[in-house]
Write a protein that binds this ligand. Structure first.
Ligand SMILES: O=C(O)CCC(=O)C(=O)O
Ligand SMILES: [Fe+2]
Length: 345
């Protein structure tokens, strides 16, 4: 297909207007970044761990499982997490309705400011650092949810009618789960259970609903390029279409969707504060030719004025002012884990 004049800004604007069998050139990844590992090829021992948060009679066994999952995978599913499973379904449902049921002109009323990084609203280029960068085959809606002074539901979709209520409730529930998981991660390292939460200070939370339209050339594209998340932890749910991959022992492994589970993804600030005992998770999303895919990622970050410092000596990372870390991340683009690697001593 020809893309001339105005570049398409949203992937949905390409897929809804055209029924072409090729993707525009800006979305074609260089050969070394193209997906090579179709979802069906996961060896059976390559399943991301699932941790039952209520299923251990001995609390030390839970901490051992957390330690192993953080060290081996930097990501793990939690079940019996305390978040009502109906709420997981509801946020998937309202998110899907925004992307699938609303006409484009309605969706565009919520367009984010594409010149400002991580601005709230409907957009497509969150991780794109420069005009000549390869584009992700993804559209998203980003919500600023915490602290509550950042929360302005009037800027969130008004349709379906329960959208704003569901996102508000989801935000509160994810905060509780993030605190629970950060407590377990702290304790698993011999720190006080509130150590990471105290170091994080006031919690900044964003919820990004990502929508990956079916792609005519999945072998050439990525839904989301390889990156690690820059905050402390991300809590992610997906629909029943596989697409998320994490790096495990140098290979991309697909995370099979588990509808009632929440996936915990360790971010760069957790790598810094744990002095690299736990690394952040390198991940990406691939596309497929048949079905659109939806995920909901909830990010938990410190204030931009917070300095994050390794909790153990000797430090293996430079301490960092979080605001500087985020600005440099958006300026350079993710390119895998290069931003955190730059802090290594
Ligand atoms: O869609 C996914 O599964 C991944 C989303 C993600 O990694 C992100 O938004 O940072
Ligand atoms: Fe991510």
């Amino acid at each position: 297909m020809e893309v001339s004049g105005d570049q398409p800004i949203l992937v949905q604007s390409i897929t809804q207007k055209h029924t072409n069998s090729v993707v525009p050139p800006q979305y074609i990844q260089p050969p070394e970044n193209r997906p090579t590992n179709p979802p069906t090829q996961n060896p059976s021992n390559h399943n991301i761990p699932t941790i039952d948060l209520t299923g251990h009679t001995n609390p030390n066994h839970l901490l051992d499982d957390i330690t192993r999952a953080c060290k081996d995978w930097a990501a793990f599913h939690v079940i019996n997490h305390g978040v009502p499973v109906l709420l997981l379904d509801e946020i998937r449902k309202v998110g899907s309705s925004f992307f699938k049921d609303l006409p484009m002109e309605e969706r565009l009323k919520y367009a984010c400011d594409s010149s400002a990084p991580a601005s709230e609203g409907y957009g497509s280029r969150m991780l794109v650092a420069s005009d000549d960068a390869v584009l992700d085959w993804r559209d998203y809606f980003d919500h600023h949810t915490l602290p509550v002074c950042r929360r302005d539901p009037s800027r969130w979709p008004h349709s379906p009618s329960n959208y704003r209520e569901v996102v508000g409730e989801y935000s509160d529930q994810m905060k509780l789960l993030a605190q629970k998981v950060l407590g377990l991660i702290s304790t698993s390292l011999g720190l006080s259970s509130s150590f990471i939460e105290d170091a994080m200070g006031e919690l900044y939370q964003n919820i990004t609903i990502s929508y990956y339209p079916a792609c005519p050339q999945p072998e050439l594209t990525l839904g989301l390029q390889s990156h690690s998340d820059f905050g402390f932890i991300t809590l992610l749910i997906q629909d029943n279409v596989a697409g998320l991959q994490v790096i495990k022992d140098g290979e991309w492994v697909t995370v099979d969707p588990v509808s009632d589970a929440v996936l915990v993804i360790l971010g760069d600030q957790t790598e810094i504060i744990t002095n690299g005992i736990y690394k952040s998770c390198q991940h990406r999303a691939i596309t497929n030719a048949n079905k659109p895919r939806l995920s909901v990622a909830t990010f938990h970050d410190p204030a931009k004025t917070t300095t994050v410092t390794p909790a153990f000596k000797p430090p293996r990372y430079h301490q960092v002012l979080y605001g500087d870390y985020v600005s440099s991340w958006y300026t350079k683009g993710p390119n895998g884990k290069r931003n955190i690697d730059a802090l290594l001593i």
